[in-house]
Design a protein around this ligand. Structure first.
Ligand code: HEC
Ligand code: HEC
Ligand code: HEC
Ligand code: HEC
Length: 452
């Protein structure tokens, strides 16, 4: 027996063996070793509420026409829902038809610790070249300990290659960061803007060659003549921002004094026996005001007033940009219909592209009114100027082409706006439900159904 073990050990080799041991990060093991962290991590399952953003802001459907964002878009909720929500949304659709390329597996990137595991097995591009629906059976866990920690330990770690690459670009690699920054960084591997790199099998890339501000990312995209899709009405090559919480925070007053995502969203706690731990129920910050903010902001009433006024100021400007851009897209459409050429349209189309990018960079960052109200306001101020510029240019073009009337879409409700851009929600939902029933419910792991 001893001999057998010895042979087995030498066959496996020490390296493989130590990895196999370190990799025991099963829920049972983690729960036994770190009960407080585990229980609070699990408690994000109570944050089930979410809202239909397209019903609240139907104008966004027009701005995102031609992309899956116009089909379904919800506000975020607890980490425990991450895998199920990306599975059920119409944005990720159904399996592609025979011989067609489906949506990239990259859409799994920020939902599960199974992604770094699969990237280790398949390589970065091997992973992203797979279809989204092909890897559903592999997604066993939601955002988990090993997404933020060394396997089974308290030390923080950064398992996603796109985040490590990005921090190398801005010369602040993970191992050179102080403790506070590392805390923000683990959130920033997912709560950060990205795009899929078409020439690299759709791998996730963070566009920070020039820097991480909206201006510098735009410069990168413009230089590369990159776009996510062509807007079906205005023919604008659209850019899409995605939850740049990390970017907004990194330029905030709070970042300067070392207040991070962890300070506000993972407050210090003590258990029944007086033992201190970090609350892993990542969720809204304001319900924990007394624990989190009070120490630095004594006057709660004054701060809430400041927050609420920043929130409504930003919302007001965002609605203004949306109204302007809806009009601009349709005015451009009318100009194309009347025979306009790229030579005369280019300036207006670029202004639409740039205005929509800034609006999106401000609005897809959840909580920008709290994270960095100055930046959100500045982005929207510029977006207003750019959208107005586009409309002035288009108005000249339209009068040159003798177009006297533009038919704007009805954006009074989600249904009306989706109808205007040809989205047949019932059909899409039916196909999705059939896929869920035949494939997901039968073959995918339990986390793909949390909350459904
Ligand atoms: C989204 C990222 C994230 C996830 C997921 C996560 N942690 Fe943490 N964890 C942190 C951060 C950030 C800290 C605080 C580090 C600091 O600032 O000291 C921390 C701290 C800890 C500590 C140190 C003691 C303490 O409470 O501060 C332990 C132990 C720990 N986590 C265990 C776990 C376990 C077990 C899981 C899975 C059930 C888990 N963590 C999931 C980010 C995460
Ligand atoms: C592996 C990727 C990943 C990491 C790491 C991660 N998040 Fe998230 N986070 C998500 C996803 C995905 C959602 C949306 C889940 C949904 O709506 O189904 C989310 C949702 C949230 C929400 C909304 C919760 C609610 O109840 O409304 C907050 C707040 C949040 N994350 C903060 C953080 C913070 C702070 C960190 C770092 C400590 C962090 N996240 C780390 C992926 C991640
Ligand atoms: C100064 C405290 C503070 C810091 C630092 C901070 N946040 Fe927030 N965050 C808030 C507040 C306040 C809100 C508004 C809603 C709430 O959480 O009460 C919010 C909202 C959010 C939301 C939207 C939650 C929802 O359900 O709509 C996400 C996601 C989020 N923050 C992630 C992050 C990430 C990631 C970081 C770090 C890169 C970060 N936050 C840094 C205080 C903070
Ligand atoms: C460690 C101290 C500290 C903590 C904790 C802290 N803040 Fe701050 N906060 C500051 C400092 C310093 C500033 C910058 C100076 C100022 O405006 O008071 C600031 C500024 C702000 C601002 C104005 C931001 C701007 O750019 O105009 C808001 C809003 C704010 N904090 C909200 C919060 C909320 C909400 C929390 C808790 C979720 C919180 N802060 C937690 C220290 C802190």
């Amino acid at each position: 027996m001893k001999k057998l073990t010895a042979i087995a050990l030498s066959l496996l080799g020490w390296c493989t063996l130590s990895q196999a041991l370190a990799a025991d990060v099963s829920p049972e093991k983690m729960k036994a070793k770190y009960p407080n962290q585990y229980a609070s991590w699990q408690a994000t399952s109570t944050q089930a509420a979410r809202s239909d953003m397209l019903a609240s802001y139907p104008a966004a459907i027009i701005l995102w026409a031609g992309s899956a964002y116009a089909k379904e878009y919800h506000s975020p909720r607890g980490h425990q829902f991450a895998v199920a929500d990306v599975t059920h949304t119409l944005r990720t659709g159904v399996p592609p038809g025979e011989g067609k390329k489906g949506l990239s597996a990259s859409c799994w990137t920020c939902k599960s610790p199974d992604v770094p595991r699969l990237i280790d097995e398949l390589g970065v591009e091997g992973f992203s070249a797979k279809n989204f629906t092909d890897l559903g059976t592999e997604m066993n866990s939601v955002v988990y300990c090993s997404d933020c920690h060394e396997q089974g330990k308290a030390e923080l770690s950064l398992p996603r290659p796109h985040a490590r690459d990005a921090m190398a670009k801005v010369h602040l690699p993970f191992d050179k960061q102080d403790e506070a920054m590392q805390g923000a960084q683990v959130c920033g591997q997912c709560h950060v803007t990205y795009y899929f790199q078409p020439e690299r099998s759709n791998k996730v890339n963070i566009p920070w060659i020039f820097g991480s501000s909206a201006d510098l990312i735009e410069k990168y995209y413009d230089t590369r003549r990159f776009y996510e899709w062509i807007h079906p009405v205005s023919k604008t090559p659209i850019l899409k921002a995605r939850h740049p919480e990390f970017e907004h925070w990194s330029r905030s007053e709070h970042a300067k004094v070392g207040v991070t995502c962890v300070t506000c969203h993972m407050p210090a706690a003590t258990d029944g026996e007086g033992k201190a731990y970090t609350n892993h129920q990542v969720g809204k910050a304001l319900p924990n005001y007394d624990v989190v903010c009070q120490g630095c902001h004594e006057n709660k009433q004054a701060l809430m007033k400041q927050l609420n006024s920043a929130k409504s100021q930003i919302a007001e400007k965002a609605r203004r940009v949306e109204q302007l851009l809806v009009k601009a897209h349709y005015e451009a459409g009318a100009a194309w219909d009347a025979g306009a050429s790229w030579a005369i349209m280019n300036d207006a189309i670029m202004a639409i592209r740039h205005a929509q990018w800034r609006w999106d960079f401000a609005m897809s960052s959840h909580g920008s009114y709290a994270h960095n109200p100055q930046e959100a306001n500045a982005l929207l101020d510029t977006a207003i100027l750019q959208a107005e510029h586009a409309r002035r240019a288009l108005s000249e073009i339209l009068s040159m082409l003798s177009v006297t009337q533009v038919n704007y879409p009805d954006i009074s409700t989600k249904e009306a706006a989706q109808q205007a851009v040809g989205i047949e929600l019932d059909k899409l939902t039916e196909a999705k439900q059939a896929f869920i029933k035949q494939e997901v419910d039968k073959h995918w792991p339990a986390v793909s159904r949390t909350g459904y």
